[in-house]
Design a protein around this ligand. Structure first.
Ligand SMILES: NC(=O)c1ccc[n+]([C@@H]2O[C@H](COP(=O)([O-])OP(=O)(O)OC[C@H]3O[C@@H](n4cnc5c(N)ncnc54)[C@H](O)[C@@H]3O)[C@@H](O)[C@H]2O)c1
Length: 389
């Protein structure tokens, strides 16, 4: 379906679009980046140049290779330039109506064999495809930020998508040195769904004054081996992004209490304390600010880690139970998309599914909230003494 002569189109030259274009060009594909905003195109070109120069400086690529990558990319503010593309990946603003109108426009100028993909994090692929005459050629190809560095790519066929086209895209992305995983078209796909309890359960523990933010962050790093704690990570991602993802996933799951957002995070967003980028979030990043020190209480730390990891495992099990992705792909998604130290289903086997079940049951008994319901797959596997691997 694709050959080295195929032309790849990218719509949107922001953070994601320019990263995706760099990946495609690095793999020797002629790539055309289209954006309606001329300034954004200029900035993307400048950033590409700087990024390639850095790679040369670090001796990751030769000067010749940098030049080839640069020359493989054309920046354009004319959508018509995308007409000969074999695959177009859209990475514009996260708005369904705008995306649908761009897809309609693209459909009218490309050949009927051109595949149209969206990099959306939270919109339904099926609803983007439904705006097109040929929804079978529309799918999700979801890169992670920064696209040049993060190996994971989620491939999401909508319900009308031709499976053969999704498999062809999976093969192409794999040939680009990325790790593609297949996911069903459901809110948050794999990563943005399964990762929710990392933040939400930490927020719950904090709001109930069981522990302060520094202690929760310490516990997840110390006992879980995570590179960053939940509050450090939310501050880094930015509450404008992280809170909105949570709220979108929650809304799309018909307000399932398992995904309920937190008021403490919403207040930070309202105050424009967006995290590291604004100098203040859960932590204060201003010069001379007193560092928050964790209470290194091992019993408390293990309680925090166990509670959060069991909630994460519950979500990963639910994702497997509903056939959203395979066991292997769920574990790959979390290790390659968000750098978890271990796949959650592998972790479940290590901790023991009956221990996970007991922790969740204790939480349910305490709160009597649907949020803490145990995934039926866990109960079934415990009864049958099964493991994931
Ligand atoms: N930033 C992330 O961490 C991340 C990660 C994965 C997926 N995504 C998704 O990728 C997409 C892009 O995100 P981003 O962070 O790169 O956004 P961004 O704001 O950095 O860039 C968006 C670009 O799209 C351009 N644009 C807007 N409307 C357009 C139109 N109609 N036609 C052509 N160009 C248009 C803008 O000028 C801008 O340059 C979104 O759907 C987002 O949900 C983002």
């Amino acid at each position: 379906m694709f050959s080295q002569e195929s032309i790849i189109g990218v719509v949107g030259s922001g953070a994601m679009g320019s990263g995706i274009a760099q990946v495609s060009a690095t793999n020797n594909y002629k790539t055309i980046v289209f954006d309606t905003n001329a300034d954004s195109l200029i900035k993307a070109k400048k950033n590409l140049s700087a990024s390639l120069a850095k790679l040369v400086e670090k001796q990751k690529i030769s000067e010749l290779k940098a030049e080839t990558i640069f020359n493989n990319i054309t920046f354009s503010n004319t959508i018509f330039d995308l007409k000969d593309c074999s695959l177009i990946i859209e990475a514009i603003i996260e708005n369904l109506t705008v995306k649908q109108s761009v897809f309609k426009e693209l459909e009218n100028l490309v050949s009927k064999d051109c595949i149209l993909a969206s990099n959306t994090s939270s919109l339904s692929i099926t609803s983007i495809g439904a705006a097109c005459n040929l929804p079978e050629r529309v799918l999700g190809i979801h890169f992670f930020n920064p696209a040049t560095l993060m190996p994971l790519v989620e491939i999401i066929p909508g319900i009308a998508t031709d499976k053969k086209l999704a498999e062809a895209c999976q093969a192409l992305i794999s040939s680009w040195g990325k790790i593609p995983v297949m996911a069903k078209d459901t809110p948050g796909f794999i990563v943005n769904r399964v990762a929710r309890p990392f933040y939400s359960e930490a927020l719950r523990i904090y709001e109930e004054q069981i522990a302060d933010i520094a202690t929760i962050d310490w516990a997840m790093k110390e006992f879980g081996g995570f590179k960053m704690g939940p509050f450090e990570l939310m501050d880094l991602i930015g509450h404008d992004v992280n809170y909105v993802v949570t709220e979108t996933v929650w809304t799309q799951f018909y307000f399932d209490p398992r995904f309920k957002p937190s008021l403490s995070q919403k207040r930070l967003l309202e105050a424009k304390f967006l995290g590291k980028k604004t100098g203040k979030g859960f932590y204060d990043y201003s010069e001379g600010a007193e560092p928050l020190l964790p209470k290194k209480d091992e019993v408390l730390g293990r309680y925090i880690f166990n509670r959060i990891i069991c909630m994460l495992i519950n979500e990963a099990c639910d994702t497997a139970n509903l056939g959203i992705a395979s066991v292997n792909d769920i574990d790959l998604a979390m290790t390659k998309g968000v750098n978890y130290p271990k796949g959650l289903l592998m972790w479940a086997d290590e901790i023991g599914l009956s221990n996970v079940k007991n922790t969740l049951q204790d939480l349910y008994n305490l709160y009597e909230e649907d949020r803490y319901r145990t995934c039926p797959l866990i109960k079934k596997m415990v009864n049958e003494a099964k493991t994931f691997y």
